[in-house]
Design a protein around this ligand. Structure first.
Ligand SMILES: C[S@@+](CC[C@H](N)C(=O)[O-])C[C@H]1O[C@@H](n2cnc3c(N)ncnc32)[C@H](O)[C@@H]1O
Length: 288
């Protein structure tokens, strides 16, 4: 009995010893610690290298656009995510980054989690030429002159009133509405203009109602045009678009200036005009 017990204890001890040894042998060694991805300024990107916008420039870009919590900010080529993170953190906006480099996408996703804005910011992995960014109410760019021009038709087809800010680079003959300079760095600002090119019927309300043909020729936000006043085609003065807001004036056949301000909504526009005596009345116009 004592012998049997002693034998069992010895076998158990042997088994325990063996299994501890084999466990030690088969236990997976701890995975080698992965080095966090560290991008280097100037590294290659699909169409443009990565260089982060300085903090001050990011702040000015978002301030020029008068970004608020009602905005959706889209940054094309979002790099480490600093613009989209600032838009959410400092301005309360929703924001979407579009970045082609998967490592930068992973890094920016980690950055936005660290910044505590993951509920308001997403980063989409993709090519900014292929991604639909029509949800933007504010669009930010830090790309290259030729990329801005390639993107320009898509930008001009965004909802009128969308604000666009570009660090360093302009849009050639689409002149900026504003330019800010910071320590030698440039931030250009545009508002996507409504499309009003063509002929309209203008209806004047008030004490002397009338219908007048008007025509606009549009160069981005700049307007030229005429009002048809009987035999006279009266040139428009002070004609301008700011997103969906329009203004223009003409001098009528009595020599009085009629000045119009209003809002464009697709093929309609309406607003207020001032007759020669300064009295305000309503007007509206329909595209012909
Ligand atoms: C000059 S950096 C700007 C980064 C960031 N917007 C900022 O201002 O700090 C341009 C970024 O665009 C990315 N990029 C280049 N070509 C791209 C493409 N076709 N689609 C999406 N991202 C692209 C690059 O990887 C890089 O991160």
């Amino acid at each position: 009995m004592t012998l049997a017990l002693g034998l069992r204890a010895a076998i158990a001890a042997l088994l325990l010893g063996l299994s501890a040894q084999s466990l030690a042998q088969s236990a997976p060694s701890a995975p080698p610690k992965q080095k966090p991805y560290t991008p280097s300024v100037g590294q290659a990107g699909k169409d443009v290298i990565w260089v982060p916008s300085p903090d001050q420039v990011v702040d000015r870009m978002l301030r020029m656009a008068q970004t608020t919590s009602r905005d959706t900010v889209v940054d094309l080529g979002s790099g480490d995510g600093k613009i989209v993170i600032a838009a959410a953190q400092r301005f309360g906006a929703r924001a979407i980054g579009v970045e082609f480099n998967p490592d930068m996408v992973a890094l920016s996703r980690a950055n936005l989690r660290k910044a505590g804005v993951a509920d308001r910011v997403e980063v989409v992995q993709g090519d900014f030429f292929a991604v639909d960014f029509s949800r933007a109410t504010v669009l930010t760019l830090y790309l290259l002159p030729d990329l801005n021009i390639k993107l320009r038709p898509k930008i001009l087809s965004l909802a009128p009133g969308t604000r666009v800010v570009s660090h360093s680079f302009d849009m050639q003959d689409w002149e900026p509405d504003e330019l800010s300079l910071l320590d030698g760095k440039r931030a250009y600002f545009w508002i996507v203009p409504a499309r009003v090119d063509g002929r309209w019927t203008l209806e004047l309300m008030g004490d002397s109602p009338a219908r007048i043909d008007i025509g606009f020729e549009q160069d981005f936000q700049k307007l030229r045009g005429y009002a048809s006043l009987g035999v006279v085609l009266a040139g428009l003065r002070d004609a301008r678009l700011r997103g969906t807001q329009i203004r223009f004036a003409y001098v009528d056949n009595e020599g009085l200036e009629r000045a119009f301000t209003g809002r464009v909504n697709g093929a309609r526009m309406e607003g207020e005009y001032r007759s020669g005596q300064g009295v305000k009345h309503r007007w509206r116009a329909v595209k012909r």
